[in-house]
Design a protein around this ligand. Structure first.
Ligand SMILES: *Cc1c(COP(=O)(O)O)cnc(C)c1O
Length: 463
C-alpha cells in the first residue's frame, strides 16, 4: 500500500492535529465479548424510528412498508457486483431490468417515453424543467415563467429557479384546489409551463387538470406534474392521458424503497410526444434480441448522472411491480381508503380547513384552535412521538396555519389507525386541560424535547 501521508504527519498524535472539542474524553466502547457488541449495536438501532417498528404517517413521503422480497432481489450478486463500465453484452440482465421498468412506468403514466436517470424527485423536476427550457429555446418562444400553485412542495420553485425560470404563484381556492380563474389570469405568452402536484399536498385531487392542460397547450405552454403523490392514482389514472407533458415518479415513495435519512431514491421522468426528443441519455432500448444503451436522442438535455441512475432502486421498484401485477390498483384503492378512514376518525378533533373536499391518500388538519392554550402543531407532534407514533409532517403545506399533514399509507391496518386517532385525541384533550404537561413531552424517547434552533445549528450525532 502506498504511503498516503508524509512521515512527519503520521508521527503526530491526534491531540496535536484535532481541535480540542473533537477529542473524546473517555475510551470508546469496544465490548468485552461478541455478545456485548451485538447488544450494543442492536440497542442503538432500536433507538431509531422506522417503518418496520412504528407507524410513520409522514405526509407526502409515503412511508409505506417495503416488502422484503425487494431487498432480497436487489441483493442478488449479479446485480450488486455488476460494474457500470461493463460491456453491454455482459449486463443484458441489468439492462433488461431497466428496460422493463421504463416500459411499465410508461404504461402506468400514459407516457411516450421514460428516462430512469434522475436520482430523486427533485432531480426529476430539474430534468423536466431543463427539457421544457430547451423545448422553448428551440422554438425561440422567449417563455421564461413557471406557474406554481401555493400548495406546492418547496422543491418545485427551487428547481424552477435553478433552471433560470421566474416563478409566479397561483392561489388555491376554497375547495383546496388550484384557483382556475387565478391560473387563467396569470397564463400569458411568457408562461413556459405550470408545475402542478396531483393530488396536491392537501391530498385533494385537482379535478380540472384536463382543462388546465388544454389552456396551457393553446398558449404553447406545457404541463409538468409532480408525481410524488402517485400512490393515490397508480393503476387508475394515467396523467399522460390528461395532457401532462412531463412527470417525475418517486420510486422510493410510490414503488417502495426505504428512504429515511435522505436516500437512496430514484426520480424517473415520463414525457409526452412533445418532449420525447429531449430526454436525457442514455435510454435503454431493445432491438428484439439485445438490450442496449441508446445515445441517439435528437435534442437530449444530456446526462443527469455519471452512469445510469440508482440501479438497485430500479431493481426494488421492478420487483414490487412484478409481484403486484394488475393488483397495483389496490395500492391506490387502499391508500385512499385508509386515509379517508383516518380522516373520519379524527373528525372534530382538530380543525379541518377544507371540510367539504374529499381527500385522497393524505389529508391536512390544523392545530390553530389550540393556540389559545399556548399549544402548537409542534407540541402535538412531540406528544405523538411520546406515544410511540412518528409525527405527521407539520407546518406544510404553508397555506394552512399550524398544519399537520397525515398520510397513513395503504399498508397500515385499520387497528393501527384507530390507535393513532385515539392517541391524537388524548393529546388534544391534554392540550386543553394541562397544556404545560403536553409541552414537556416527549419523555419516553431516547432524546427528549430539544431546542429546535440549537438542534439544527449544533448537531450532536453521537450516542
Ligand atoms: C417528496 C416530494 C418531492 C421531492 O422528492 P425527493 O425524491 O424527495 O427529491 C417533491 N414534491 C413532493 C410533493 C414531494 O412529496
Amino acid at each position: 500500500m502506498e504511503n498516503l501521508f508524509p512521515e512527519d504527519v503520521r508521527k503526530l498524535k491526534p491531540e496535536e492535529v484535532l481541535p480540542k472539542e473533537l477529542l473524546r474524553e473517555d475510551l470508546p466502547f469496544l465490548g468485552e465479548s461478541e455478545l456485548e457488541v451485538v447488544r450494543y449495536f442492536t440497542r442503538l438501532s432500536q433507538k431509531n424510528f422506522s417503518v418496520d417498528s412504528h407507524f410513520y404517517p409522514l405526509g407526502s413521503c409515503s412511508m409505506k412498508y417495503n416488502p422484503r422480497i425487494n431487498e432480497e432481489v436487489s441483493n442478488y450478486r449479479g446485480f450488486l457486483n455488476s460494474h457500470p463500465l461493463c460491456d453491454e453484452g455482459f449486463v443484458q440482465g441489468c439492462l433488461k431490468v431497466m428496460f422493463l421498468l421504463q416500459e411499465l412506468l410508461k404504461e402506468l403514466g400514459g407516457f411516450k417515453g421514460v428516462s430512469l436517470q434522475p436520482m430523486a424527485g427533485a432531480q426529476g423536476e430539474l430534468t423536466g424543467l431543463l427539457m421544457i427550457k430547451k423545448f422553448h429555446r428551440l422554438k425561440r418562444s422567449g417563455k421564461d415563467v413557471v406557474l406554481i400553485p401555493d400548495t406546492a412542495h418547496g422543491t418545485n420553485p427551487a428547481s424552477a429557479s435553478m433552471v433560470g425560470f421566474k416563478v409566479l404563484v397561483v392561489k388555491s381556492n376554497k375547495e383546496g384546489e388550484m384557483d382556475f380563474d387565478d391560473f387563467m389570469r396569470k397564463l400569458d405568452d411568457r408562461v413556459a409551463c405550470l408545475m402542478i402536484t396531483n393530488p396536491n399536498t392537501l391530498g385533494i385531487f385537482e379535478r380540472r387538470i384536463g382543462e388546465v392542460a388544454e389552456e396551457l397547450h393553446k398558449k404553447g405552454a406545457l404541463l409538468y406534474m409532480d408525481g410524488a403523490n402517485f400512490n393515490a392514482l397508480v393503476g387508475r389514472f394515467r396523467p399522460g392521458d390528461w395532457g401532462v407533458d412531463v412527470m417525475h415518479f418517486n420510486l422510493h415513495k410510490t414503488f417502495s424503497t426505504p428512504h429515511g435519512g435522505g436516500g437512496p431514491g430514484a426520480g424517473p421522468v415520463g414525457v409526452s410526444q412533445k418532449l420525447l426528443d429531449f430526454l436525457p441519455v442514455p435510454l435503454v432500448a431493445f432491438d428484439g434480441k439485445r438490450y442496449y444503451l441508446n445515445y441517439k436522442v435528437k435534442h437530449s438535455v444530456g446526462r443527469l448522472s455519471t452512469f445510469y441512475g440508482n440501479f438497485l432502486v430500479f431493481v426494488k421498484a421492478l420487483a414490487y411491480l412484478l409481484r403486484l401485477g394488475d393488483s397495483i390498483k389496490d395500492v391506490s384503492t387502499f391508500s385512499v381508503l385508509k386515509a379517508r378512514y383516518l380522516r373520519e376518525l379524527l373528525k372534530g378533533v382538530l380543525k379541518d380547513p377544507f371540510p367539504n373536499s374529499p381527500t385522497m391518500h393524505e389529508f391536512v388538519l390544523s392545530a390553530a384552535p389550540l393556540l389559545k392554550y399556548g399549544v402548537r402543531a409542534l407540541d402535538l407532534a412531540k406528544g405523538l412521538l411520546d406515544k410511540g407514533f412518528h409525527a405527521p409532517t407539520i407546518y406544510f403545506p404553508l397555506i394552512v396555519r399550524e398544519s399537520l399533514m397525515i398520510e397513513p399509507t395503504e399498508t397500515e391496518t385499520f387497528k393501527t389507525l384507530r390507535e393513532f386517532a385515539k392517541a391524537l385525541k388524548e393529546l388534544v384533550e391534554l392540550a386543553k386541560r394541562e397544556p404545560k404537561k403536553l409541552k414537556e413531552l416527549p419523555k419516553n424517547t431516547p432524546v427528549g424535547r430539544v431546542d429546535e434552533v440549537k438542534a439544527n445549528r449544533q448537531l450532536v450525532v453521537r450516542d
